[in-house]
Write a protein that binds this ligand. Structure first.
Ligand code: PAP
Length: 331
């Protein structure tokens, strides 16, 4: 059987000569199937590094830009959907409600609507044409904040970061990897145990996860007007309060009239895993070479209990304790 190609951001066929030279000067590591290198403290597969370098060199920020950031599998798809729904409602200036049948979320996956800077836009082209994007432009990233900030300089753009319990993140990454690497040359290379080991060592795609989260946590403390720190578990526990917090940060708060007419609940329903995963576009399409359906699984807090052994649980708890000590950040 002919094997499918790996998604582009996981390959190493888009490297410029300059990036090849850069890689030869970086620390690298081969995981179960592919090579990673460490750039500015973060591990990338090679093509993704090319996207990061292109982004740092060529991205021209606008003050109205909104960048949605996360460590993989921490709630990115949900955050994208909520942000789109919030902005769409203010864009349409009330002449259309959020449950309109032509809502963009009904015809495209959140990842199609909010492209990744390094794994999509700046990987496809070193100078992507962004002129047709309407303001505010929405982008996303898994890069740590210090790497993201290189071309942002004094820009006033807003960054929203979502954090999630690493045990659920790990289990989610494992499921996602198994689905998307099926029938590729990397099929079967990754077990939960091998992914657990990489996660704990910090040598994993966009890892170490603690450096990723700490960069945004500190950024949010230093500059709360421009960096908002959210948690997946808070969104699950008190979605109303959290979406209102997000709306206020994005300068599109709910009016009393909207609250009274149930618009907060409508957006939450529109963006619910149940609703999004039932849409045709999310059942069948692909985004960035990945099945849209694979972005929606259980969306539960604590699903890790069904997969991790007590030893694994203890090891991750110890990492949390050690790496986040003194930061003020806790699960
Ligand atoms: P990404 O980093 O590849 O973009 P991301 O969206 O961050 O993935 O994470 C996917 C997780 O969010 C999945 O979690 P699970 O594997 O534990 O189930 C997915 O189910 C969950 N998810 C996706 N959409 C939603 C949503 N609308 N509400 C809640 N959780 C969601």
């Amino acid at each position: 059987m002919v094997k499918k190609e790996l998604p582009s951001h996981l390959r190493e066929d888009k490297l410029s000569e300059e990036t090849k030279t850069l890689i030869s000067s970086l620390v690298s590591y081969k995981d179960a199937s592919r090579k990673l290198c460490n750039y500015q403290g973060c591990w990338y597969y090679y093509n993704t590094l090319q996207g990061v370098v292109n982004f740092q060199r060529n991205f021209k920020p606008q003050d109205s830009d909104i960048i949605l950031a996360s460590f993989p599998k921490s709630g990115t798809t949900w955050l994208k959907a909520l942000t789109i729904a919030l902005l769409e409602r203010s864009k349409k200036n009330k002449d259309r409600s959020c449950d309109d049948i032509h809502h963009p979320l009904e015809s495209d996956n959140p990842h199609g609507l909010v492209p990744f800077l390094e794994m999509n836009l700046f990987l496809k082209s070193s100078t992507p044409d962004l002129t047709n994007l309407s303001s505010p432009r929405l982008f996303s990233t898994h890069m740590p904040l210090h790497t993201l900030q290189v071309p942002l300089k004094d820009s006033l753009c807003k960054i929203v970061y979502v954090w999630r319990n690493w045990k659920d993140v790990l289990v989610s990454i494992w499921h996602f990897t198994c689905i998307n690497l099926e029938e590729t040359e990397a099929e079967g290379s990754f077990t939960l145990e091998s992914m657990f080991d990489s996660f704990c060592s910090g040598v994993n795609y966009f890892g170490p996860s603690w450096e990723n989260v700490l960069s945004y946590w500190r950024g949010s403390l230093e500059d709360p007007k421009h960096v908002l720190f959210m948690r997946y578990e808070d969104l699950k526990a008190e979605p109303r309060g959290q979406i209102k917090r997000l709306a206020e940060f994005l300068a599109c708060p709910f009016s009393q009239e909207e609250e009274d007419s149930g618009d907060v609940e409508k957006i939450l329903e529109l963006c619910s895993l149940r609703n999004l995963s039932s849409l045709e576009i999310n059942k069948t399409g692909t985004s960035n070479d990945v099945h849209n359906s694979s972005f929606f699984r259980k969306g539960e807090v604590g699903d890790w209990k069904n997969y991790l052994t007590p030893e694994m649980e203890k090891k991750i708890d110890n990492i949390v304790e050690e790496k986040l000590r003194g930061s003020g950040l806790k699960f």
